[in-house]
Ligand binder design. Structure first.
Ligand SMILES: Nc1ncnc2c1ncn2[C@@H]1O[C@H](COP(=O)(O)OP(=O)(O)OP(=O)(O)O)[C@@H](O)[C@H]1O
Length: 265
């Protein structure tokens, strides 16, 4: 029995080492319209990769393909991450479940005992800035920011190996945005969390990412890649502004984001 356990642990350790998402020569069409063209990239364990691009550029489609929510038609996606979770722009909570039951959903689905799931959910709810008096509230009685706190807690309580984020900060005020981002940075560091992050906000991507892929629309294809070595927790506003200014000097990027006439050119 001890030997079996040892072998399992070894297997887990090996899996963790090789966990990755590999996207190769990916194309995608909806009807006769090509949405994605020749997308190639990979994400390794512990990396934060952002896909940045204009609205309608195919970012969400790309994420849905990576998350197996859409079938790959051309090209390949190999995903060896052992588990994944999501947070979206809207919190997508179940209206008939209270805060703690919403957070526990993934744990219960994984077979965690109800009392343990409740305890873990309460702990992470507090960590994400909810208060005990909020635990029994239903989504209709929560502010937008509180709903997004619940959504993040629900995604992270299962300790996913890979987290898919689709513009989860875009409706939040700057204070909450920074707070949730700081939690994520901490989890990347402490739990070796891997993130695929979709956003149209370049500064947000620079703050969080090890690598940024810049997508141009019609059809969506990668036009630039940027990598950042400085640890996320050491990136201050000055770093983010400087890097953003550097990127925005590039003509192709100004055109991609349709920034002409608003002071970048
Ligand atoms: N199920 C679908 N059927 C047909 N067309 C679709 C479908 N889903 C998305 N599209 C189209 O594909 C294109 C890319 O959409 P997608 O949502 O992937 O872009 P996006 O970059 O995430 O945009 P946004 O930032 O506005 O969410 C758009 O023109 C959209 O209308």
């Amino acid at each position: 029995m001890a030997k079996l356990e040892e072998a399992n642990n070894l297997n887990n350790a090996i899996n963790k080492e090789v966990e990755s998402l590999e996207v190769e020569r990916l194309n995608h069409n909806f009807g006769f319209t090509q949405i994605l063209k020749d997308i190639n990239f990979s994400i390794k364990k512990g990396e934060v990769l952002s896909v940045v691009g204009p609205s309608g550029g195919g970012k969400t489609t790309l994420m849905h393909l990576c998350a197996n929510l859409l079938d790959v038609e051309e090209g390949s996606i190999k995903n060896s991450f052992t588990s994944s979770a999501f947070a979206f722009q809207e919190a997508r909570l179940l209206p008939w479940k209270n805060v703690i039951d919403n957070i526990s959903l993934g744990l219960i689905a994984k077979g965690t005992k109800a009392n343990i799931a409740k305890k873990m959910s309460e702990e992470i709810a507090l960590k994400f800035g909810l208060e005990e008096e909020d635990f029994d509230k239903f989504p209709k009685d929560l502010s937008g920011g509180m709903k997004q706190r619940v959504s993040f807690a629900r995604a992270l309580v299962v300790e996913p190996s890979l987290l898919f984020l689709d513009e989860p900060f875009s409706a939040l005020d700057i204070g909450l945005k920074m707070e949730l981002q700081a939690h994520l940075i901490q989890m990347v560091k402490e739990k070796n969390l891997t993130i695929l992050f979709i956003t149209h906000d370049l500064m947000e991507a620079i703050r969080l990412s090890d690598k940024i892929l810049l997508l141009e629309a019609d059809p969506g294809h990668i036009i630039k890649e940027f990598t950042y070595d400085l640890a996320q927790e050491s990136r201050d506003d000055k770093f983010v502004y400087n890097q953003t200014a550097k990127i925005l000097q590039d003509e192709t990027i100004i055109n991609t984001f349709e920034l002409q006439g608003i002071g970048f050119k």
